[in-house]
Ligand binder design. Structure first.
Ligand code: FMN
Length: 194
């Protein structure tokens, strides 16, 4: 059975429209019975960004090849997932810092990627990364949009074969109907072939 890792970075929790869309997707995925599912709610994880001693510890452990230390558990879990679903709102043209902190913890040389004379190579066994997000304004295909574009680049960096973004936008524009926009996102999710 394939492994699916769900990473929830929807800071507003049950109020979050991105979370509602991700829940809709995850219910379908669960009901398909095709996956062994692991879920991480980042708001409840003891995540630290790289700084001072936490950064130094990582450098010494990697130079000594100690990649089995528990601080690298997030990276091992990420690398072993066949399908990864990440849910996060569109914040400040990208996504919340909490998700970036998680990414810092999974980007580990020797676990999710390695570098040699030819460049950088992904080590993830993932075949698909799905990013679920909702945006207040309109950004599709604009260079200002750096949430989905960053996720797509990360998928390539980690060696994940395919990337899909499920999104709704314009949710906070006066006169729009956010409920309908979310329903349209649900319909897009129904059309996904996972
Ligand atoms: C801290 C913060 C930053 C935001 N930054 C942007 C932004 O740069 N562009 C935009 O269109 N909307 C922005 N928004 C609006 C959200 O993208 C929008 O409300 C989205 O649907 C929130 O997702 P959620 O319901 O999953 O929390 C921001 C909202 C917050 C709270």
């Amino acid at each position: 059975m394939e492994k699916l890792l769900f990473i929830d970075s929807c800071i507003r929790r049950e109020e979050s429209r991105s979370k509602q869309a991700a829940d809709y997707l995850m219910k379908k995925v669960d009901e398909s019975g095709k996956f062994e599912i692991d879920s991480l709610c980042l708001m409840d994880e003891p995540l630290h960004y790289l700084s001072e001693g936490f950064f130094q510890q990582r450098e010494s452990m990697l130079s000594e090849g100690k990649i089995d230390h528990r601080r690298f558990d997030y990276a091992h879990q990420f690398a072993k997932a066949d399908v990864i679903v990440i849910a996060a709102p569109f914040w400040d043209l990208g996504f919340p810092a909490l998700l970036k902190t998680y990414i810092e913890n999974v980007s580990v040389d020797g676990i999710t990627f390695y570098a040699d004379a030819e460049g950088i190579h992904g080590m993830s066994q993932g075949r698909l990364l799905i990013f679920v997000t909702t945006r207040g304004g309109y950004y599709e295909n604009l260079p200002l949009e750096m949430g989905s574009r960053y996720m797509e680049a990360l998928a390539e960096f980690f060696g994940i074969d395919e990337y899909v973004c499920c999104f709704a936008e314009g949710l906070d524009i006066e006169g729009n109907n956010p409920k309908q926009l979310i329903q349209d996102l649900f319909d897009d999710i129904d059309r996904l072939n996972i």
